[in-house]
Design a protein around this ligand. Sequence first.
Ligand SMILES: Nc1nc2c(ncn2[C@@H]2O[C@H](COP(=O)(O)OP(=O)(O)OP(=O)(O)O)[C@@H](O)[C@H]2O)c(=O)[nH]1
Length: 573
Amino acid sequence: MRLGLAARFGAVIALTGVLAAGLTGYYGYSASRQMLLDAAEERLLTATRVLARQLTLELGNVARDVLLFAEHPVAAQLLLRSDPQLQERTARNTAILFERMLLTHPQYFQMRLIDTDSYGQEVVRVDRQRDGVRRVPEAELQEKGHTPYVYETIRLPRGSVYVSRASINHEVGAHMGSEKPVLQMAAPVLDAQQQVRGVIVVNVDLEGLFQQLAADLPAGLQLYLMNGEGDYLIHPDKAKAFAFDRGQQARVPEDFPAASALLAEPPQRKAELVTHVGGRSGRVAAFVRQPRGDLAIEDDFIVGLAQPMDQVLAEGERLGRVNVRIVLGFSALALLLAVLLARALSRPIGQIVRSVRGFSAQAPLVNELPSTRNDELGVLARSVHDMQRQIHQQFETLQLKQAEMDRLASHDSLTGLLNRRAFLDRLEHALAQARRSQGRLALLYIDLDHFKPINDRFGHAAGDALLQGLALRLQHLVRESDTVARLGGDEFVLLIEQGAADDGALHGVAQKVLAALSEPVPFQGQQLVCGGSIGIARFPHDGPTASELLAAADQAMYQAKTEGRHQARFARS
Ligand SMILES: Nc1nc2c(ncn2[C@@H]2O[C@H](COP(=O)(O)OP(=O)(O)OP(=O)(O)O)[C@@H](O)[C@H]2O)c(=O)[nH]1
């Protein structure tokens, strides 16, 4: 099926509309999706920074608690062991303070005072136990001189705080902290001579601390904590946390390859990273490493937050659905407009096409074109109508000219009678009919008498007027069935088809003709008079063909001339 111009135009409009709506929707969706992704990354990085900062602040709080005890004179006094009674009372009071501390800080597993002079012997120790916070009996106190938190801390100057590597606590008798991720924070206790006498140690519950820090995070975020080597300390999948403690490996670059760059950064400096993994079904993650600050930290901490990509893009998907609805709406509108436009165009175009197709120069001109429109189609319609009108006029002129030419081809221009050629056609036709019907006919060959002197005396115009006057007279004289023609010069011929059988009647006609020719014709106040001689030939009597009949009639006319003019003679066969 071939589509019309209006339909094709409509289809182009519809296609353009649908395409424009689709592209706008697609690019709008892509741009807003990227903006959402950027905003989500920014939010995630900000939340991670806040979390890392909170961790630093929290470690600072613990450090202040540790220092509070390390700097307290009671600690140094207790370690001097001067008076056993005072010693016991001071130890009890210290234990009470430790207990208060554990009760108000749920993230502390243990607090203890260690005597570095006696191989790191614990002097006072309070543990979080199943049934509450308890002072550990003297008999259960242990030597801790071999532990890093003791031998590393005693090297520190006054006022410094040691922070251990995060580890799983395998110490014997650690109670609630046993086999849990812990962080030991310790400060040296110095005497008046600035000699290190002991160490105050707090065991921090790493998971508890983090749960507390992450409590305010939005739902759906995954929390990660790594050490400086990238080993997971906290991971949503518990099997990956402290894998190194079980002789395995679970490091952040395995899940987030871009994190290698962060691990390669020099320590002690702040470092950040945002990365995605796994495409649309993966995750966006942000990692922040906080500077160590004043603390003597054994290892760095890297804090990470991740969000599933589908959560990040959920807003974008909603936007996408809205976009799809908008695109569909606009496409439907474009289609509707295209149909309306196509119809508005196809009607006038159809009218013009029908008018052009149905136009005929012969048929009367009917204006059914949309000529009243003010647009280009109106201009086209008016132009078509003008063209049709001109064609009509030219056709009429042509017809008139054709009729005139037809008339000139068969008639004598001076008298209006049939000319020789047309007369011969008529004669042939009449002869054929007469032959078929065994009919008869007769020719009266007429030549004017003394016509030349008229020309000579009164001028050519007078001769013309005489010829015209006599021709008119001959036309009126004969019957309707007869034919009068001018053969040329002053020669006329009369064909009689009815009543030609009777020589008497023919003779009568010839006499009437002679009488009519001898009547004067007025011209410019003159009376022009001539007359005529007639030769009569009959079919089939005087000849079977036109030429023979004409020759016979001419011959008879010539005889009439020679015998005195103004008379008629029958041909002699
Ligand atoms: N005015 C005019 N004269 C014509 C026309 N055609 C022929 N003639 C003239 O008609 C004359 C005819 O010649 P003729 O028949 O010999 O002259 P005529 O005087 O009639 O001679 P007769 O027939 O012997 O009586 C010529 O002088 C032609 O010039 C015409 O159309 N108009």
